[in-house]
Design a binder for this molecule. Sequence first.
Ligand code: AP5
Length: 217
Amino acid sequence: MAQHFVMLGPPGAGKGTQAKILSEKMGIPHISSGDLFRENLREKTDLGKLAEGYINRGELVPDDVTIRMVQERISRSDCQAGVLLDGFPRTVYQAEALDEILRDQKNTQVDAVPCIIVADDVLVERLSGRRSCQNGHVFHVKFNPPKVDGICDVDGTELYQREDDTVETVSRRIRVYLDQTQPLIDYYRQKGVLVEIDGAQAIDAVSEALFAAIAKM
Ligand code: AP5
């Protein structure tokens, strides 16, 4: 079965939610570029300081720093058997860089690209109700509530609302997705690795559809 995945889809489509489920099931690491940036923001690293403005405005962080950050993460030993990328690549330039990294570091390529499709109005509702913990576990006040209000089920840390989940910034992020990331759908379709998944179903149903689709690849 495929081992090198890229999760595609607009902000709030459920990439992170599904990536966590899939990575546990398959025993390969889930690498979220957004989580890596937020970790750097919390630790106030130089990279975090550079990325902060872009993230809070809903814009993309420049390609070169993003590629360097993900390349370093992929080069670690836990990624030998495979990797599930979420939020990267986001531009054609990043996708070409990823092809090169996988070829040079691992003599392999992207095997499957599940693209989660969800309508724009649903995205806004999902993101405005999202609550996350600092370790990247994600909940929703209505669709996937934690057992104890405001506390992560997995690690007991406090849940918070992301600063870029305001209605205004979400609209900006959706526009940026349409302009800069949507072209990747054609990029991966031409390579024969794209699978479209209906993300408007309940979380479990999306997981089932996703797993069934990639099992065939
Ligand atoms: P990032 O963190 O990657 O944000 P995103 O792509 O906008 O994706 P999200 O995390 O918002 O959504 P998701 O699809 O993972 O949805 P989730 O599963 O949480 O990036 C943030 C920023 O970092 C970017 O704007 C950019 O500035 C920067 N950045 C990151 N990567 C970059 C790159 N490669 N290049 C340049 N800049 C980069 O689900 C959302 C909510 O819906 C949750 O509450 C969840 O519980 C709920 N939910 C999920 N599935 C369902 C369902 N089926 N039914 C009902 N509710 C559901």
